[in-house]
Ligand binder design. Structure first.
Ligand code: AQP
Length: 334
């Protein structure tokens, strides 16, 4: 029997992925390559929905791809590619744009948040239609599952609605995807503001742990993470959101259940606990950083790996788009 298909993407909008990306997405990508027919992309088309510098985008796209391979994605087990190498993403997005209501798109909270930051009139139409491009990414590969963090739930619902609408109007074409969200790591929060998600665009440098960061600063940031005035290491989202976030991080990184961690640090205060969290982070990130540096040292080989991925992704994308063109009523090219 064919393996179920998985698709997920990540934006090349920073010089490094952060712990939220790693636990909420990347680590699951690595696990899922074993049991799924997995497609993972560096979504550079999404990255230009906000103002960008071309040279920086090129550099960050390679850094993103290198981190994916360094985190354990194996080109023999899954397909890793750059979104703009497969033009069908943009083509399908156009078709889906024409099926999306203005009000429907306007309800997307990520657009509201991001455009509020830029000033409503400064935000691009591309930022507005971002979720529709994301729907195209997913539907193009007929994905059964999409591993994401909690922030992407609403976009996944839109994807299902658009897929269903297309199927209803033009005949069965798309698989409707299910989100794949791990409850324990669906929202890693900012170390300085545990009410907000850890985020490259809105976290302060002290609030975010970067995968490519050196051990020294990583340790310092964890030690300075906001906790609360008590001393008890206990999971309690309401009263101890900072400690709870650190417990989630340590539990996810070491595979130790939270109650076991609570028992281990009983009566010890925050110091030892934070030190151990910092070590767990450094231990997880160091090999990824070292492998990323090696991969980036040979750009030709990295670009070749991405070309192989684009070749495989393109085959699937072309098959879906041929069907879409026909169903929509576009004239075949003689
Ligand atoms: N804090 C988080 N906790 C859990 N999962 C998270 N993800 C992001 N932040 C967290 C997941 O990472 C994947 C890649 O996301 P992206 O490239 O779309 O980046 P993002 O969501 O835009 O990440 P940021 O840091 O929040 O960037 P900005 O600030 O630009 O919006 C997704 O699966 C996401 O759920």
């Amino acid at each position: 029997m064919a393996r179920p298909r998985v698709l997920s993407g990540i934006q090349p909008t920073a010089d490094s992925f952060h712990l939220g990306n790693y636990l909420g997405a990347l680590r699951q990508w690595v696990t899922m390559q074993e049991t799924y027919d997995a497609f993972y992309c560096v979504v550079d088309l999404h990255a230009i929905t906000v103002p960008h510098d071309p040279a920086e985008l090129r550099r960050r796209s390679r850094v993103a791809a290198a981190q994916l391979f360094a985190a354990g994605l194996d080109p023999d087990r899954c397909t890793v590619f750059v979104q703009s190498h497969v033009p069908e993403h943009a083509e399908l997005a156009w078709v889906l744009n024409c099926l999306t209501g203005m009000g429907e798109a306007a309800r997307m909270t990520q657009f509201k948040d991001k455009s509020a930051k830029q000033g409503e009139n400064a935000a691009s139409v591309g930022l507005f239609t971002y979720p529709i491009l994301q729907a195209a990414d997913i539907l193009l590969y007929q994905a059964d599952r999409v591993p994401v963090g909690a922030d992407q739930k609403q976009h996944l619902e839109l994807t299902r609605d658009l897929g269903q609408r297309f199927n209803h109007r033009f005949g069965e074409t798309f698989t409707l995807p299910q989100p794949h969200i791990l409850k324990e790591v669906e929202k890693i929060t900012d170390l300085q503001d545990p009410s907000a998600k850890m985020s490259k665009s809105s976290s302060s440098p002290q609030g975010i742990l970067d995968v490519l960061e050196a051990p020294g600063p990583l340790r310092k940031k964890v030690m300075r993470a906001v906790t609360d005035t008590g001393t008890e290491v206990r999971a309690d989202d309401e009263n101890k959101p900072g400690v709870t976030n650190l417990l989630r991080i340590q539990s996810a990184l070491t595979g130790t259940p939270i109650p076991e961690l609570e028992a281990r640090y009983a009566g010890q205060g925050y110091g030892t606990f934070k030190k151990d969290v910092a070590e767990a982070v450094v231990e997880a990130f160091t090999p990824i950083r070292e492998r990323t540096e090696k991969l980036l040292a040979n750009e030709t080989e990295l670009d070749r790996m991405l070309a192989v991925g684009a070749g495989r992704a393109g085959e699937v994308a072309r098959r879906t788009m041929a069907m879409v063109r026909d169903r929509v009523g576009f004239l075949p090219r003689a």
